[in-house]
Design a protein. Sequence first.
Length: 125
Amino acid sequence: MTHAPWLRLAALTMLAASTLAATACASKTINSVLADPSRYRNREVKLSGSVVDSYSVVGRGAYRIDDRTGQLWVVSTQGTPRTGARVTVKGTIRDGFDLGSLGRSLPAALGSGIVLMESSHTASN
C-alpha cells in the first residue's frame, strides 16, 4: 500500500480546493464590496438585492441593486431585470467602469466607479 499516502494527500488537496472555491463565491454584502473594493477587484462574487434602477438597450444594459447595506451597478450582456425585482447575481467586480458607454445618458455621479460585470443572474418578484 505505498500509494495510500498519495491518495490521502490528493483527497485532502481536492477538499481544500473545493472549499476555497465555494467560499470565494459565497454571498457578500454590497457594503463589504464598497468598503474594500481592492479585496474583491477582478474576483467573482455573488450578491442579492432589489433592482432600484434599470437601463437596457438590445439585450445589454445596467441595473442598480440595493441590499439594504448599499447600492451597486451591475453591467449585463444578458438583459436586465425590471425595477423592483429581487435578484441574485454573480459576476466580477471591476472599478473605473464608465456606464455612459452603454449609449445612455446617465447622471454624472453614477457614470463611473465600482461595478459588477454580470456572469449570471436569477430574478423573482
